[in-house]
Design a protein around this ligand. Structure first.
Ligand code: GDP
Length: 370
């Protein structure tokens, strides 16, 4: 359920601080403590006020939000793709995540050594992105060699895929990440290779700033380190989340009430971790739908454009296999009516079939047959 987001960045930029805040913030969401799955993996609920509202209306006994699983991926340093530091160990970890959160240091603190000697987030971004790119060049070469062998046997599809992979190799050679390259439809072999590439993953930047910097939003034409990252992210068409590792660590220590008060003092509706979860959600183009009843109010995640049976499959494979129809109420209609019974009285419950594209905020009952 949900999706996974790998946290990468140079050493000493605050990855562990952010990650530890995530896994120790037991008080963060009292109803749904997240869990540490493995030492470097933790799950955090995606904040969604609609879920609480629905739970309140339906008097649901339990509330189950969707989750983002964060993975702390250590060991990326200059030369990592050539075996420096922990070398290529990080590759497998990154390969298994859906999206990447690249943490960069924007905070000044003389007591914390910077591996490159000074605070310069754009230089740091380049170091990490070069390592990921170099590692992709290697990976792609292996796929190209395999495709070349197979192409000799004369399959037309393989030849097309091979051409695409060679074009992709040229693209990477120009220092551009794979995510800026589009694989033509129908080229399954090229697509499989593409998905193995680290730079094909959606990526967002997380600027770890001084506490004082949190107060004013990043300004892409400003001169602070965080402003430069904001401008860079905008140029790349991606997101940047501003966070203070120090503040997150403090928030993690607080109970729900104190935490809320502290966030209000900071003029923040959500903690940095919550904002990372939300940004990741948007980055991947996900939509949320709900199943709601007296037993539980449950938020589910599916890809934008999912058809009803595919969304049903997120709940249970039987729901997908035996799909008959979906009974759908849009969130706003549910809230306006105040209850499912009233929604029906108003004729606002829709019956949708296999071709229906599930919309963000849909409240759904799936009918199925096994
Ligand atoms: P990692 O190597 O990227 O995992 O970095 P760490 O999380 O271990 O952080 C490295 C050092 O920076 C630690 O001493 C942290 O306490 C410190 N640090 C992390 N975030 C902040 C921050 O927002 N402000 C300040 N001043 N120090 C921080």
């Amino acid at each position: 359920m949900g999706f996974t987001c790998g946290i990468v960045g140079l050493p000493n930029v605050g990855k562990s601080t952010i990650f530890n805040a995530l896994t120790s913030a037991k008080a963060a969401a009292e109803n749904f403590p997240f869990c540490t799955i493995e030492p470097n993996t933790g799950a955090v609920p995606v904040p969604d006020e609609r879920l609480y509202k629905l739970a309140e209306l339906a008097e649901s006994a339990k509330i189950i939000p969707t989750q983002v699983t964060f993975v702390d991926i250590a060991g990326l340093i200059k030369g990592a793709s050539q075996g420096e530091g922990l070398g290529n160990q990080f590759l497998g970890h990154i390969r298994s995540v859906d999206a990447i959160a690249h943490v960069v240091r924007c905070f000044a603190d003389d007591n914390v050594i910077h591996v490159s000697g000074s605070v310069d987030p754009l230089r740091d971004i380049e170091i990490i992105e070069t390592e990921l790119l170099l590692s992709d060049v290697d990976t792609l070469q292996k796929h190209i060699q395999r495709a070349e062998k197979a192409a000799k046997a004369g399959d037309k599809d393989i030849k097309l895929s091979l051409e695409t992979l060679l074009a992709l190799d040229k693209h990477l050679g120009q220092g551009k990440p794979a995510r800026e390259f589009i694989i033509p439809e129908g080229q399954e072999i090229a697509l499989t290779a593409y998905r193995q590439l680290l730079t094909s993953k959606p990526l967002m930047y997380v600027s770890n700033v001084n506490e004082a910097d949190l107060a004013s939003a990043a300004n892409p034409s400003g001169s602070r380190p965080v402003d430069k990252v904001a401008a860079y992210a905008a140029a790349k068409g991606t997101k940047m989340v501003m966070i203070s590792g120090k503040v997150e660590a403090e928030l993690a220590e607080l109970g729900a009430e104190d935490r809320k008060a502290y966030l209000e003092e900071l003029k923040m509706p959500y903690s940095g971790l919550d904002r990372m979860a939300l940004a990741g959600y948007e980055l991947l183009g996900l939509v949320t739908f709900f199943t709601v009843g007296p037993k539980e109010a449950h938020a589910w995640t599916t890809a934008k454009g999912s058809k009803a049976p595919q969304a049903a499959g997120k709940i249970h494979t039987d729901f997908e296999k035996g799909f008959i129809r979906a009974e759908v109420i849009s969130y706003q209609d549910y809230v306006d009516a105040g209850s499912e019974v009233k929604v029906k009285e108003r004729g606002k419950l829709r019956v949708e079939g296999k071709e229906y594209h599930v919309q963000d905020g849909d409240v759904v009952h799936f009918r199925f047959n096994v």
